[in-house]
Design a protein around this ligand. Structure first.
Ligand SMILES: [Zn+2]
Length: 123
């Protein structure tokens, strides 16, 4: 018998340990450069930055997730970060976060680039 990766189920030879594959993909699909405390990544400046005026808006996308939106003080572009609602208080406690409870859609051009794998919905 050869050594090395063996199929778990001989009838389905391409099914290798799924957990390992998922871990591999996860490890190789790391979120963008981590932002620091109170920072949002600016895709134009390619660096994390604190929103101008230390103010940001939160646009809910789901009951648990949303985009926190600010403005880059350097290039004046809108900057976004997908975040779990329950992480805002911890991560952006330095900012004044305005919650948009009204159903205001983030317009298409404002959609953040997919620089991170989409999080699992819910918690
Ligand atoms: Zn910028």
């Amino acid at each position: 018998m050869k050594k090395g990766l063996r199929p778990i189920d001989e009838r389905r030879p391409y099914l290798f340990a799924g957990g390992d594959v998922r871990k591999f993909l996860k490890d190789h699909n790391k979120p963008r450069q981590p932002t620091g405390f109170g920072e949002i990544f600016c895709v134009a400046c390619k660096r994390p930055t604190e929103p101008a005026g230390a103010v940001a808006d939160f646009f809910p996308l789901s009951p648990t997730n949303g985009n926190i939106v600010g403005r880059c003080p350097k290039c004046s572009r809108r900057i976004f970060q997908r975040i779990r609602k329950n992480e805002i208080a911890r991560k952006f406690s330095n900012l004044t976060v305005r919650y948009e409870d009204a159903d205001v859609p983030v317009c298409a051009e404002a959609e953040p680039l997919r620089t991170e794998p989409s999080d699992e919905e819910g918690s």
